[in-house]
Write a protein that binds this ligand. Structure first.
Ligand SMILES: C[S@@+](CC[C@H](N)C(=O)[O-])C[C@H]1O[C@@H](n2cnc3c(N)ncnc32)[C@H](O)[C@@H]1O
Length: 245
């Protein structure tokens, strides 16, 4: 990310965090948006153990930190936005939690983690630098688990470009959106990489909602995903990458 864009994003998320005064309510998410996050959380729960050290990159105000704390592991929540971490600390009271103001491009390589996670933060750092940092900071056999938006589908790309034009995104984050090409690079570095794709037709949900209730909309979108190879048209993905033991 250019120095300028980094400052823009830090300021954006500092300001955003200043408006938050309560925990994120996962249940308030539209049904058709929940699946990738439910799967992300289940991937963490499946692998985490109480004696583990988990690092969260770009934790923000902690929307997905609770699942980490529930595992009883020692959790380091990190973000470039100090204000976000202040809010995270005020909303998540746990002796297992440490908050660390840190740029994911400048990860401290002296400390090692069993699991590193990221929810929606991968585009905020240079992909190659972040990948290498994650790899180095993981213990042998450790896991990197992330959920994010995929950049292959042009409809979602167009939407992000609109967000850039209206000042809700910086250019660097547009350029660094994860795509299927990034998975190939992770594949070369890590021992085993599994990617699960979600939501080809999420963009159609607002139209379907004019005629159907939320549950049928969600079921219709899921049903469509089972009919096609969701990979390139996906809205979201969950990647689990294991470092060689
Ligand atoms: C889309 S938000 C995701 C927040 C949270 N993980 C969630 O799912 O709600 C991206 C987060 O990345 C953080 N961020 C931006 N640039 C960063 C950087 N270079 N290093 C670490 N965190 C960064 C932002 O402050 C923000 O909290």
């Amino acid at each position: 990310m250019t120095v300028n864009d980094k400052a823009i994003e830090r300021k954006r998320y500092d300001a955003f965090a200043s408006q938050i005064d309560k925990n994120f309510e996962f249940d308030s998410l539209a049904e058709y948006l929940k699946d990738p996050y439910l799967f992300y959380m289940s991937c963490i729960e499946l692998r985490a153990q109480a004696d583990y050290k988990i690092l969260e990159l770009g934790s923000g105000t902690g929307n997905f930190t609770e699942v980490l704390l529930r595992t009883s592991a020692a959790v380091v929540a990190s973000d470039i936005s100090a204000r976000s971490l202040e809010v995270l600390a005020s909303l998540h009271n746990s002796e297992n939690l440490t908050c660390l103001v840190m740029d994911m491009e400048e990860l401290n390589k002296d400390e090692e983690f069993d699991i590193i996670v990221s929810a929606g933060s991968l585009s905020y750092g240079d992909n190659a630098i972040v990948l290498n940092n994650i790899y180095q900071a993981l213990k042998p056999g450790g896991f990197f688990i992330c959920v994010d938006s995929l950049n292959n589908n042009w409809i979602y790309r167009l939407n992000r470009f609109f967000h850039y034009l209206t000042g809700r995104r910086s250019l660097s984050t547009l350029r660094r959106m994860p795509s299927t090409r990034l998975f190939e690079i992770y594949n070369k570095k890590f021992e085993e990489v599994t990617v699960t794709y979600f939501g080809s037709l999420v963009w159609l949900a607002p139209v379907l909602k004019l005629f159907l209730r939320e549950t049928p909309v969600s079921n219709t979108l899921k049903w469509f995903d089972t009919l096609i190879n969701v990979k390139y048209s996906a809205f979201k993905f969950v990647m689990v990458a294991r470092k060689n033991a």
